[in-house]
Design a protein around this ligand. Structure first.
Ligand SMILES: [Zn+2]
Length: 401
């Protein structure tokens, strides 16, 4: 856990407007069609910004050329899964020396990061390419590229014409959707995404039955007990591994219902100036909130889901499960606590059991009770476990075929 308290930053690849690098190079007819429509879409967006048609066409082709250069330096998706190969630790000084054309000091200062000493570079060859492209591309082209990325990311919150143009390419051509969701639904979703912790407080007061936290804790503990029995009764696992598994199970932290401490969002300005301005303000607030964590120990009370989000998660590096309060509600019966038979059937095994199991699956089982990547299995048990995983996987495939 020491590394998390260090003054460290992570750098990963980015900067493309199509879903991944392959879209720039694939030669099948669908890929070619998407690229043609993409260039046309960029051109249309620049025209909506007030540029002439001919100039917009030129700008669009310079943007796809630059993005293609960037895409060349991006790893294939399958090459980004190995955590070791995508974790390259270096000093901030070494980063600056390796990429002299990038002024990292200006970058870190502009996002309020003071004196980082260490960086984790996901893909070093990407930064070398950036270093080269930064000089090889004209300022005029870079300005248009940045303008494009800004407008693209804010298009869902702009005027109807811009949104329609955005929808046609990103949700129509790329994802096959026929028509946009009604505006009120889009606005509710974006408000929830930006102000989820504020909405969550109202939601908890108005919709959750009394005693939600206590009930969820009670169900979670009961499922943990059953889980412990299951581990003890395994006929293939040695006592040594069982003891470690039980220790891990016992330390699984359960965060249920809603956060004990809400985020203070009072610095965020929301007013009637414009919708897009409010979205920008919310993005700024979130970035500042993230940056304020720099150099501090990890806040383990923090939630990464809202109480009104119908979902749950296990986080291996905190060895915790998080179950939002709305899971307890039977639709149509808000504020009413259902009886145990119903509750256990809707959130017992399927939610608590499911999330706890993530702590012991192919990935989670590699983390110890403190959330560190640390193998606590005997070699023999690990081998048996992997054999079982492969067997269940192949029987699953068999069932599907
Ligand atoms: Zn799951």
């Amino acid at each position: 856990m020491i590394i998390l308290a260090a003054r460290m930053q992570f750098y990963f690849t980015g900067g493309l407007s199509l879903p991944d690098r392959n879209y720039y190079f694939d030669t099948d007819s669908r890929a070619i069609d998407i690229r043609q429509k993409y260039v046309k879409h960029v051109q249309n967006m620049f025209m909506l910004m007030g540029n002439e048609e001919a100039e917009s066409r030129k700008i669009a082709s310079s943007i796809i050329n630059l993005e293609t250069e960037i895409a060349k330096a991006c790893r294939k998706k399958e090459d980004t899964r190995d955590p070791d190969k995508n974790y390259n630790k270096m000093s901030f000084d070494a980063l600056q020396k390796s990429t002299p054309n990038v002024n990292w000091q200006i970058f870190t200062q502009s996002v309020n990061l003071t004196n980082p000493d260490t960086v984790i570079v996901g893909q070093p060859e990407f930064l070398s390419a950036l270093n080269k492209n930064l000089k090889a591309t004209s300022i005029y082209d870079w300005k248009n590229y940045l303008k494009w990325h800004l407008v693209r990311s804010l298009a869902p919150y702009l005027d109807d014409k811009t949104y329609e143009e955005y929808f046609n390419f990103y949700l129509g051509t790329l994802r096959g959707l026929q028509e946009p969701k009604p505006r009120w639904k889009r606005v509710v979703a974006s408000t929830n995404a930006s102000l989820g912790e504020l909405i969550g407080q109202v939601y908890v007061d108005e919709y959750l039955p009394k005693g939600t936290k206590e009930k969820l804790t009670e169900i979670g503990n009961a499922i943990k007990e059953v889980y412990a029995d299951r581990i003890k009764n395994l006929d293939w696992m040695s006592d040594a591994t069982k003891q470690k598994a039980l220790a891990k199970l016992n330390t699984v932290v359960m965060k249920v219902g809603y956060p004990d401490k809400w985020k203070d969002m009072s610095a965020l300005q929301i007013d009637r100036t414009s919708y897009v301005r409010n979205v920008i303000n919310a993005n700024i607030w979130e970035t500042n909130d993230d940056m304020s964590k720099f150099g501090k120990p990890v806040d383990k009370t923090e939630w990464h889901m809202y109480p009104q989000t119908y979902n749950a998660y296990y986080n291996p590096s905190n060895n915790e499960i998080v179950v939002p309060g709305c899971n307890i509600i039977v639709p149509g019966y808000e504020r009413v606590m259902a009886d145990d038979a119903i509750l256990y059937s809707i959130i017992g095994g399927s939610t608590f059991g499911h999330e706890i199991t993530h702590g012991f699956d192919d990935q989670g089982s590699k983390y110890d009770e403190n959330g560190n990547l640390n193998d606590w299995w005997t070699a023999e048990d690990r081998q048996k476990f992997e054999l079982k995983l492969n067997l269940s996987l192949s029987s699953l495939i068999h069932m599907l075929l």
